[in-house]
Design a binder for this molecule. Structure first.
Ligand SMILES: C[S@@+](CC[C@H](N)C(=O)[O-])C[C@H]1O[C@@H](n2cnc3c(N)ncnc32)[C@H](O)[C@@H]1O
Length: 321
């Protein structure tokens, strides 16, 4: 999110610039008034000299008192001008300070932008490497003669991997939420270790990352898929024998899990709704669900959406009277 600070700084600098301009205009007006006064004094002296003669001028009390007033006005104007000049100087110094601040802010924003883009490139490179390594391991398995002739039901989605960076972001966000969630409080731990489940996990790429990265403070990782061949491959290629199993999301019992990831296993909306109904029904209160492209989770009064763009939900605990 872009920071508001440069705009605030710019706004203050612009206001100072305006004040400076007004002060300069006031100073110019002052200068004009002073010139006008001097001119008028000269004209009056000339007129009186013409009318009364050189000698009378020196002793004319009206002229003397007018001159006196002119002088004192001039002095007041000089005082104003000095104070204007002082203020102008102060304002200029402040404006310079603001401009320095703005420059340094802009350069640190630029450095941050470079850092951000480097981090994005780094993440993309690591993601590509990881995905290739996992794909290679799965592909390297010998072709199994006894691979099942399993056919996924029409209504299901086949294996479409969720973007890896999005998945990692979702895990990090849930991890941060759990750290502040009193339902998961544990003394001297970030939060009590959770059990993680992925619905329709295919060969278990996401499960492997969750397990190896330690991004979630978890005590148990599990994942299931309806496709027996994907599950077998994941068990063998990724060493997830104990974590992967075959099950149907539409009849599964979700009660034992604290954090569930489900990336739209079902293509047909009506059947996906059935899956969500089953999940919400059996889910334990307080559990988290990360469900990108869910169909209907927003319709359940028990499900609180904690982060819309990242599709993070939590099943509400019943209120204690
Ligand atoms: C869109 S892919 C998601 C893959 C993985 N979860 C990810 O996010 O990278 C959907 C997966 O759900 C599985 N699936 C479809 N219907 C299912 C069902 N009824 N029960 C369990 N898994 C199912 C498919 O075999 C497929 O692997």
């Amino acid at each position: 999110m872009p920071s508001e600070r440069p705009f605030k700084l710019l706004h203050s600098a612009l206001r100072m610039d305006e004040a400076l301009e007004k002060l300069q205009e006031a100073q110019e007006d002052l200068e004009k008034t002073r010139t006008k006064l001097q001119k008028q004094e000269k004209q009056i002296t000339e007129l009186v000299t013409k009318a009364l003669g050189e000698k009378a001028v020196a002793s004319n009390s009206l002229l003397v008192s007018t001159r006196h007033k002119f002088r004192s006005l001039q002095q007041t104007l000089n005082g104003f001008q000095r104070s204007f000049e002082d203020r102008l100087k102060t304002l200029r110094v402040r404006l310079d300070g603001f401009e320095d601040l703005l420059r340094s802010h802009n350069s640190s924003e630029a450095a941050l932008e470079v850092e951000r883009s480097t981090q994005c490139q780094m993440a993309a490179a690591l993601q590509k490497t990881l995905q290739s390594l996992i794909d290679e391991r799965v592909r390297a398995l010998p072709d199994e003669d006894h691979e099942s002739s399993f056919v996924l039901p029409e209504e299901s989605h086949g294996y479409i991997p969720h973007p890896l960076d999005g998945f990692v972001r979702q895990l990090i966000t849930v991890d941060q939420m759990l750290t502040h969630d009193p339902d998961f409080f544990a003394p001297s731990e970030p939060y009590r270790p959770v059990s993680f489940l992925e619905i329709g996990c295919a060969t278990g790429r996401n499960l492997l990352i969750t397990k190896l990265s330690g991004l979630l403070h978890a005590k148990a990782h599990a994942g299931f898929d309806l496709d027996v061949n994907l599950v077998r491959r994941g068990q063998q290629a990724l060493g997830l024998q104990d974590e992967l199993f075959v099950a149907d999301a539409l009849t599964f019992d979700y009660a034992p899990y604290d954090v569930i990831f489900s990336y739209r296993p079902i293509r047909v909306p009506e059947i996906q709704r059935q899956l969500e109904e089953r999940m919400v029904e059996t889910l334990r209160p307080g559990a988290y669900v990360i469900a990108p492209l869910a169909e209907d989770l927003a319709c359940y009064p028990d499900m609180d959406c904690l982060n819309g763009p990242l599709a993070i939900w939590k099943k509400r605990k019943p209120a204690i009277d």
